[in-house]
Design a protein. Structure first.
Length: 66
């Protein structure tokens, strides 16, 4: 669902998917808040909708296209 929102916002080609299942530090840090988008230390944790994603992108100066 989160990746679909990234597709709708036109940023899916800029998203790197990282599986945290085998990384104890990341799994401990994020647990049930995944998926998480991170840009230069600024994060948006699930759940979020398209409007919240667009606001986060705007706040971080990330160009997107619907």
């Amino acid at each position: 669902m989160a990746f679909e929102l990234c597709q709708q916002a036109g940023i899916s080609n800029q998203v790197e998917i990282i599986d945290i299942a085998f990384d104890d530090e990341l799994f401990s840090r994020y647990g049930v808040t995944i998926p998480v988008l991170n840009f230069q230390g600024n994060e948006i944790n699930w759940p979020f909708d398209l409007q919240e994603l667009q606001h986060w992108l705007d706040s971080n100066g990330i160009t997107y296209h619907q």
